[in-house]
Design a protein around this ligand. Structure first.
Ligand code: G3H
Length: 253
């Protein structure tokens, strides 16, 4: 059985004071490492401080994007070396907001995924279809292509330890979530794509999260599906009680 992984994506929310306050409230109350992997993906500015805050607790700190180059003339960007250097362990790559607003492409996502592994960080690779693609029945084809392109050039062992987040774009921050059955079917398709392009072992090992209006009240519906191993959570990860409730609800029975 795959261990669940819950990642909070804070996006552009909180001040340093609020971020520290949040981690102080949750760090001693998160379930054990044996039960669930807990990740907080915070804005760059807070990462160094948060890594220190959670030292010794079952909480990992992730970034929300990064550049793929080690260093260079890329004004405003943050390198994988800089993230790894302060103890960041995970990085969200290819979030639909990055693809839509900051010109992230399948090619740049792939470069970043390869780079994250070079620096020993675990990528959380986001894929998902638009409302139009969903309505036209193009979800599996679109998501399958995104997965293939993002994982190009990885070894089977690398695929086994990365995380994929399936997030239908129309379900993000809208209050509309996919049905659990619908999400599970797409996650099953993602596993099939990985089996076809890597191996059955890789497809069985890779963890796939669902994301899109996940809350403490509905997380169990998703997490109890055979192909879903956790959640990437935006809005409901911002409040300590809500985040802790998500973690509790995700533990395998
Ligand atoms: O990364 C998280 C997703 O974009 C979902 O956000 P949401 O839970 O606010 O819908």
């Amino acid at each position: 059985m795959r261990k669940p992984i819950i990642a909070g994506n804070w996006k552009m929310h909180k001040t340093m004071e609020e971020a520290v306050d949040f981690t102080e409230k949750v760090k001693g109350l998160v379930p054990s490492n044996a039960q669930v992997d807990t990740v907080i993906c915070a804005p760059f500015l807070f990462l160094d401080r948060l890594v220190k805050e959670v030292n010794g607790y079952n909480v990992k700190i992730g970034a929300q994007t990064m550049h793929y180059e080690e260093k260079g003339a890329f004004t405003g960007e943050v390198s994988p070396a800089a993230l790894k250097g302060i103890g960041v362990s995970h990085v969200i790559l290819g979030h639909s907001e990055r693809r839509e607003l900051y010109n992230e492409t399948d090619d740049s996502v792939n470069k970043k995924v390869l780079s994250a592994f070079r620096y020993g960080m675990i990528p959380i690779v986001c894929v998902g279809e638009s409302l139009e693609q969903w309505e036209n029945g193009e979800t599996n084809e679109h998501v399958g292509n995104q997965v293939k392109r993002a994982l190009q050039g990885l070894t089977e062992e690398q695929v086994k330890c990365l995380v994929i987040a399936y997030e239908p774009i129309w379900a993000i921050g809208t209050g509309k979530s996919s049905t659990a059955e619908g999400a599970d079917e797409v996650c099953g398709h993602i596993r099939q794509v990985i089996e076809n392009n890597f191996s059955k072992e890789a497809a069985d090992a890779v963890r796939i999260q669902y994301g899109g209006s996940v809350k403490p009240e509905n997380i169990r519906d998703f997490i109890s599906c055979p192909n879903i191993d956790g959640a990437l959570v935006g809005g409901a990860s911002l409040d300590p009680d809500s985040f802790l409730a998500l973690l509790e609800a995700s533990i395998n029975e």
